[in-house]
Write a new protein. Structure first.
Ligand SMILES: NC(=O)c1ccc[n+]([C@@H]2O[C@H](COP(=O)([O-])OP(=O)(O)OC[C@H]3O[C@@H](n4cnc5c(N)ncnc54)[C@H](OP(=O)(O)O)[C@@H]3O)[C@@H](O)[C@H]2O)c1
Length: 349
């Protein structure tokens, strides 16, 4: 597309209108439109094709310090995604290149040359995986699962790994890579359909349906982890973390990846009650932030693209079509309606 054509486009966006208390509502968002400007010297204009909807977005809506600043009121909501270069004055990116970048919840984004690095814009190769796989196993959630497991979890063949949020984006990578590394893998997920899928399709050894009733996780761990738990990859926090802590082995590793059960809490978040199990078992609990591994993403991508190709790994995405559905689509993460990596398709490939 020529630069002149770019300047005829209208950009539909979602901006943060107010900070939510509890679950976000439509009122927390304002829809806006803007004209798209031509790229500046060395810059590009990108068209958003698909956005990654992530639990972390809920945290970015809050005031306060985190590993990344909050989204300001009135700003376009932060979101990473995949898309296409539609206008370029850059020597490094040509019209038609497919990229992964921080797009924001909008149809187009204009980036200056000095913003490429901070934005995290990189070319992606669709021969290695589909557009949506680049948001899943080959994208940020896949990198989180891979490096959290390999660097903090340090799996050894024959060990037992438990992963919560097992059918989600991070969980599916963790469980499949742990199987490839020779672990016994037990998932925890909400509902029979998700549990059946991780066992029958992904090859997990077992999956515990935490919604099956009180005591389901405790009983399930007893049944499916007869030798205890060596690695727990925690995506949910809360009561499930406490229940797993009661089953860990000596020198266990617990990866604190997220605590989605707490993200919409309107009172103080619940911390682990059973933390003394770490002392008794000489165990360790460590948080991870995926961005710390950015300089090694390419290695994990190569390895996992290989697994996708040789069939050892599968990847499931749950695609919602239309940027206008962003507010409701995001909520699927918090009520467990998403089955696989949640993706918002903004335009046809
Ligand atoms: N540290 C990092 O760098 C990093 C990077 C990416 C993601 N994360 C974290 O990793 C976790 C998973 O993220 P994801 O993108 O892979 O999301 P996801 O698992 O694809 O989707 C979220 C899932 O969380 C589960 N869930 C929601 N509320 C829950 C609750 N109250 N109790 C238990 N489970 C609940 C639901 O599955 P069920 O149907 O099974 O309940 C839902 O489908 C999140 O905590 C996220 O913040 C961290």
């Amino acid at each position: 597309m020529s630069d002149t054509a770019v300047s005829t486009l209208t950009n539909h966006q979602f901006r943060l209108a107010s900070r939510p208390v509890g679950l976000p509502t439509r009122d927390n968002w304002s829809a806006s439109t803007e004209a798209v400007a031509e790229p500046g010297d060395g810059g590009v204009v990108l068209q958003t094709l698909a956005l990654s909807l992530d639990p972390a977005m809920r945290g970015w809506m809050n005031e306060g310090r985190s590993y990344i600043p909050p989204v300001g009121i009135g700003e376009v909501m932060r979101a990473s995604g995949v898309g296409r270069v539609i206008a370029s004055k850059s020597a490094h990116f040509a019209v038609g290149d497919m990229v992964s970048a921080g797009f924001g919840v909008q149809q187009y984004v204009r980036l200056g040359a000095d913003e490429f690095k901070r934005n995290g814009m990189v070319k992606i190769d669709l021969r290695m995986g589909s557009l949506t796989q680049w948001l899943n196993v080959l994208g940020m959630p896949g990198m989180t699962g891979y490096f959290g497991l390999m660097d903090v979890g340090q799996p050894q063949s024959g060990e037992t790994l438990v992963v919560s949020g097992a059918a989600g984006a991070v969980g599916q990578t963790v469980g499949q890579v742990a199987k490839i590394k020779g672990c016994r893998v037990v998932g925890i997920a909400g509902g029979k359909a998700k549990c059946d899928w991780v066992v029958k399709e992904l090859g997990f050894d077992a999956c515990i349906d935490y919604k099956a009733g009180p005591g389901a996780v405790r009983e399930g761990l007893k049944e499916h982890c007869p030798k205890g738990v060596d690695i727990y990859f925690d995506n949910v926090g809360g009561e499930i973390l406490d229940t797993v802590l009661a089953r860990i082995n000596r020198k266990a590793r617990i990866i604190i990846c997220g605590a989605i059960s707490q993200y919409n809490a309107t009172t103080a978040i619940a911390g682990p009650k059973n933390y003394l199990s770490l002392l008794v078992n000489r165990a360790r609990m460590e948080g991870i932030v995926v961005f710390d591994y950015a300089d090694r993403y390419h290695l994990a991508v190569l390895e996992m693209a290989g697994y996708l190709k040789d069939g050892r790994m599968k990847s499931k995405e749950d695609v919602v079509e239309g940027i206008e559905h962003f507010p409701e689509a995001l909520l699927k993460l918090f009520n467990g309606e998403n089955f696989g990596k949640l993706v918002l398709q903004v335009a046809d490939q």
